[in-house]
Design a protein around this ligand. Structure first.
Ligand SMILES: NC(=O)C1=CN([C@@H]2O[C@H](COP(=O)(O)OP(=O)(O)OC[C@H]3O[C@@H](n4cnc5c(N)ncnc54)[C@H](O)[C@@H]3O)[C@@H](O)[C@H]2O)[C@@H](O)CC1
Ligand SMILES: [K+]
Length: 468
């Protein structure tokens, strides 16, 4: 801001916002636009954008939450362009304000942006509610008012937008649930901040990033050089978990999958290429990474298996029952990478927290868990996050709610373990595993069973990396 004439960034933001609104309304002429206006610069952006749209023929009403403190330049520009302004909570205007929201084609949420704290105050919450009830599309300016930009938390009332036009950079809250659910479709407007932004706290891999990380066999490869992944999963009671984890592991790029446990017959029946051994993991032969936990149960053999795997000097992924059985101090003492893949309930148990609190504050909890275990943590759920101490958290941009189906996590742990065995760093293996798994969920015809996810992985692998 200090390098540019005053107001330059706001004008860039407003121009991008107006263009996006024009597209969403399919034009401006005879369209009705209502602007919910707070008293900070977020409201300023909205007023200047509305003034641009009014000049192009839109009928604009600004509903001001605090008329004395509304952005003076923005309000003057809107009035010059023929827009009208109402005061939200004076009895004379309140009815007109509600009508302007109810009858709008588009409602612009300029209540608060990155300067907001806490859930919406009552007068703002009333407007947000009215906008939600209206037929209009709701476009949030920079972010849906009421969400926490830095964390994705929603501490109280918040706007529910159909689309969010955000400036300069994505905010974590636009990418992490529950706040991300409020944001709708995202559009980023470049206002020239790029060279001045600090390193990100949150990253989302894209196709090209994932393509660059996928393991590719070379002319020199053989099954051992490509990596062997050991899978310790399944029990008399849950043999299917063994099959699903092996199914994921066979599609993760390792050269071979070694299965260890009581589900060998079921595994071989489905995947005859699997190496199986009946003894404990310590006697199973060399692997480059272990997956331990899906469907393992919690008897003495299960407990021993987890302990032996954690005593190895290769990367280990711990999932499901393994998370309950694993000893925290043993994990902290490990010198090879450890990946934990809890869902919110399992993460809550590991942290002695409430599941609802984990779901409400995913970023805080995944970060805490990574620190407590000195491990890479992949927190599964409506938003999947991957945390490792000292590195930006990764948010997985793929996925669908259809993935919440039995056995889905078993496929993910096999797949991710296989990527570990193929040589990916823990954080990359977890991010790439989640990415491919999420894409498989989007591609599979719904409703699907978890085994179909494993079958879809080669197709999504090729869509990410067409030359494989
Ligand atoms: N910082 C920048 O580089 C740029 C910022 N811009 C805009 O400026 C915004 C930030 O502006 P400000 O820092 O002025 O702050 P905001 O406009 O985000 O919010 C501050 C205002 O909201 C009110 N408020 C805070 N919490 C509230 C709550 N819970 N319920 C109701 N009202 C609440 C405050 O009383 C204050 O009036 C960004 O989100 C963006 O829209 C853009 O103009 C582009 C450039
Ligand atoms: K907003």
């Amino acid at each position: 801001m200090s390098r540019l004439p005053p107001g330059t960034l706001m004008q860039r933001a407003a121009a991008g916002l107006a263009a996006a609104c024009g597209t969403l309304m399919h034009g401006t002429y005879s369209r009705r636009l209502t602007v919910l206006t707070g008293s900070g610069d977020n409201g300023g952006d909205a007023l200047y954008a509305a003034a641009r749209l009014a000049r192009r023929g839109a009928g604009v009403t600004a509903v001001l939450l605090n008329p004395e403190r509304a952005h003076p330049g923005g309000l003057a520009a809107l009035r010059r362009a023929g827009g009208r302004a109402l005061t939200a909570d004076t009895p004379a205007d309140a009815k007109d304000a509600d009508a302007a929201i109810a009858n709008a084609h588009l409602v612009l949420d300029g209540i608060v942006g990155i300067g907001g704290t806490g859930g919406l105050r009552p007068a703002a919450a009333h407007l947000a509610h009215a906008a939600h009830q209206a037929r209009a599309s709701v476009v949030a300016v920079d972010l849906p008012s009421g969400i926490v930009a830095d964390t994705g938390e929603v501490p109280g009332e918040a706007v529910r937008a159909d689309a969010t036009v955000t400036f300069g950079t994505y905010k974590p809250g636009l990418l992490i649930d529950p706040a991300a659910e409020h944001a709708g479709a995202l559009r980023l407007i470049d206002i020239g901040l790029g060279p001045y932004l600090p390193d990100p706290e949150l990253e989302a891999l894209q196709h090209s990033d994932v393509a660059a990380l996928l393991p590719t066999p070379s002319g020199e490869s053989d099954k051992y050089r490509r990596g062997v992944v050991g899978v310790v999963a399944g029990s008399e009671r849950y043999p299917g978990a063994a099959v699903l984890a092996v199914g994921g592991a066979l599609r993760g790029g390792a050269g071979a999958v070694r299965y260890v446990g009581p589900g060998a017959a079921a595994v071989i029946a489905r995947y005859p290429e699997t190496l199986v051994s009946a003894g404990p993991p310590a006697k199973a032969g060399r692997v480059q990474a272990w997956v331990v936990g899906p469907g393992l149960g919690d008897d003495r053999a299960a407990r021993q298996a987890v302990e032996q795997v954690l005593a190895s000097d290769v990367p280990v992924l711990v999932d499901a029952d393994g998370l309950r059985l694993a000893d925290r101090e043993q994990i902290r003492r490990r010198t090879s990478p450890t990946v934990l893949t809890p869902h919110a309930g399992e993460a809550a148990a590991l942290l002695s927290a409430d599941r609802a609190d984990v779901e409400a504050a995913r970023l805080a909890h995944v970060t805490r868990l990574a620190a407590a275990y000195d491990a890479t943590v992949l927190l599964k759920g409506s938003t999947t996050l991957i945390a490792e101490q000292g590195r930006p958290v990764r948010v997985n941009p793929t996925g669908t709610a259809w993935l919440s189906t039995a056995g889905s996590g078993d496929v993910l742990s096999g797949l991710t373990g296989s990527l570990l065995a193929a040589g990916l760093a823990a954080r990359d293996a977890a991010s790439v595993g989640a990415y491919l798994h999420g894409l498989a969920g989007r591609e599979a015809p719904v409703p699907f069973g978890a085994h179909e996810l494993a079958d879809r992985i080669p197709q999504v692998w090729r869509s990410v990396h067409p030359r494989t």
